[in-house]
Design a protein around this ligand. Structure first.
Ligand code: BG6
Length: 514
């Protein structure tokens, strides 16, 4: 706890006692794109710096841009220096860059995969990667199906002679329930389910992985973790970033599709799931799937009363002026796309019946904060009715995911002194006090897991579809009434008033994001 010097309870970093991944080649489709530059290459660098990549390792980038291996290495090197999350050690960076190859071509063109096959063969021989290959689809979702078909046709995903072939599929996994089902069906015509790694980078974050550990490795929380003791749950993913340069993607996507069936639902599932029988991919996935099966599906009328959509107008985030969403580049001037969504969900099962789950996410908000706040039922006040105590603070257990990596418990304590006074206090466990691990985006952990063949922190087809089926009634209702009920909030605020009303109706309030 904060008051004393914390004892070290475990290894200083999550990965320092891990073994290097097996030899392999990573093929990145979309290697010149934003995701590769900002997140994937820095993640691979971090793995290399920690000795977690095999010495027998190569990267083949596929992009539309015609460029030589040398030009590609220079571009990736520049991106790495700009986006690295840790200090770049020249020796490590050079060793990584020296293993890069580039293949140019259209993702939908079968010829690209034939050329890739030849380059991959060169990389495999030169760096002795044993024929293992991880294909990372860091492309727009429309390219997922064609790429996998072409990989299949080029014989690149056949697992022969003990070598493995795996495919990481980025989000968004579909844009609604039918498209997610089609994509799953399409991938499964070429790949076995055990070859498909549907990524959600939130599952690679240490604080997210710790939710299951906190719940199931302690005897303390679980007895209280149910409708008898919990009043409600608030799940918040608040961002300060605006749409920035992603207008084209974002205006066609919106906050609901971009954040809810993936990141917020992962947090929901980890909070609400039953204990799995063991810590193995299928057992964990099965319990998560049951949560989504139990979520009450909205009727069209309930979408109007239980879901708030809003768009930011001009304002200032942390003192910096932000123009209105509709003025951002590649955004339609009359866009109805939501940049904020809040909703009230119910989980109709024995553990959670009657406990509201309030979810919210938005861009250009007052602060960056991802947290799960569990509000326990109020203690009876009767004991204090003839004392000066006027009210009790609320009991919250707050799991801070980012930027505050912490678990905090809020409870009541007596204020020292002769009069009976009670005040809310906080007991806080901060990761940085115990563990010497820099916050990670989640990508390195997940790429490493995939190379190790561990799919626990990836998503299974059934629960991706179950997640979409929860949001599908919202998409249907919004499509039927475009723009109807779209609320507004100023950039830099806590969100729209309508989201406050959603809780106020039930006599509750959001925790402040700031
Ligand atoms: C991405 C979304 O999946 O997650 C972005 O497309 C969002 O819009 C991002 O900003 C948030 O991730 P993180 O790790 O910064 O919380």
């Amino acid at each position: 706890m904060t008051a004393q010097t914390p004892a070290r309870l475990g290894p200083a970093t999550a990965m320092e006692d891990a073994t290097p991944a097996p030899p392999c080649a990573i093929v990145i489709f979309g290697a010149a794109g934003d995701l590769a530059k900002r997140l994937l290459i820095p993640a691979l660098y971090n793995l290399a710096a920690r000795g977690l990549l095999s010495d027998r390792f190569a990267i083949v980038g596929v992009s539309r841009n015609a460029m030589s291996d040398e030009a590609f290495r220079a571009a990736i090197g520049e991106g790495l220096r700009e986006f690295a999350t840790e200090a770049v050690v020249p020796g490590v960076a050079d060793a990584l860059l020296g293993r890069l190859f580039h293949v140019a071509g259209d993702f939908a063109d079968a010829e690209t995969c034939r050329r890739l096959r030849d380059r991959l063969a060169v990389a495999t021989t030169r760096f002795e990667t044993d024929g293992n290959a991880l294909f990372y689809l860091a492309t727009p979702p429309s390219a997922f199906g064609p790429i996998v078909r072409n990989l299949g046709a080029a014989g690149l995903v056949r697992e022969e002679g003990g070598a493995w072939r795996r495919v990481i599929v980025e989000k968004p996994f579909g844009t609604d329930l039918p498209s997610a089902r089609n994509l799953n069906a399409e991938l499964l015509t070429v790949l076995g389910e055990q070859q498909i790694y549907r990524i959600d980078h939130y599952l690679g974050k240490e604080t997210v992985q710790n939710i299951m550990v906190a719940r199931f490795a302690n005897g303390l929380f679980e007895p209280l973790w149910n409708r008898n003791h919990i009043d409600h749950v608030q799940i918040t993913v608040a961002e300060t970033v605006s749409v920035e340069h992603r207008g084209r993607f974002y205006d066609a996507t919106g906050a609901l599709r971009d954040m809810v069936p993936n990141h917020l639902f992962q947090l929901l599932a980890l909070t609400a799931m039953e204990p799995p029988t063991c810590f193995d991919a299928d057992a964990v996935h099965t319990e998560k799937a049951k949560v989504f099966d139990a979520v009450h599906r909205f009727t069209p009328d309930e979408v109007g009363t239980h879901v708030v959509r809003a768009q930011y107008g001009a304002g200032a985030v942390k003192g910096k002026p932000v123009t209105a969403y509709r003025a951002a580049s590649d955004v339609a001037a009359d866009s109805h796309t939501e940049t904020y969504v809040a909703m009230l969900l119910h989980i109709d099962n024995w553990r959670w019946a009657g406990v509201p789950f309030y979810l919210r996410t938005g861009k250009s908000l007052a602060a960056r904060r991802t947290e799960i706040a569990i509000k326990f039922k109020q203690a009876p006040y009767s004991l204090f009715r003839n004392t000066p105590v006027e009210r009790l603070a609320q009991n919250f257990l707050v799991v801070g995911v980012q930027p505050d990596e912490a678990i905090a418990l809020q409870f009541n304590a007596k204020v020292p002194g002769p009069r009976l006074r009670i005040e809310g206090v906080r007991m806080v466990m901060e990761y940085k006090d115990y563990f010497n691990a820099a916050p990670s985006t989640g990508y390195e952990t997940l790429i490493y897991d995939c190379m190790m063949g561990d799919a626990t922190q990836f998503q299974r087809a059934d629960y991706v579809e179950a997640g979409w089926s929860v949001v599908q009634p919202i998409l249907d209702a919004w499509r039927a009434r475009p723009g109807d009920g779209l609320a507004a909030y100023a950039a830099g605020s806590e969100g729209p008033r309508e989201a406050d009303d959603l809780l106020a109706r039930d006599g509750r309030r959001w925790r402040s994001v700031a």
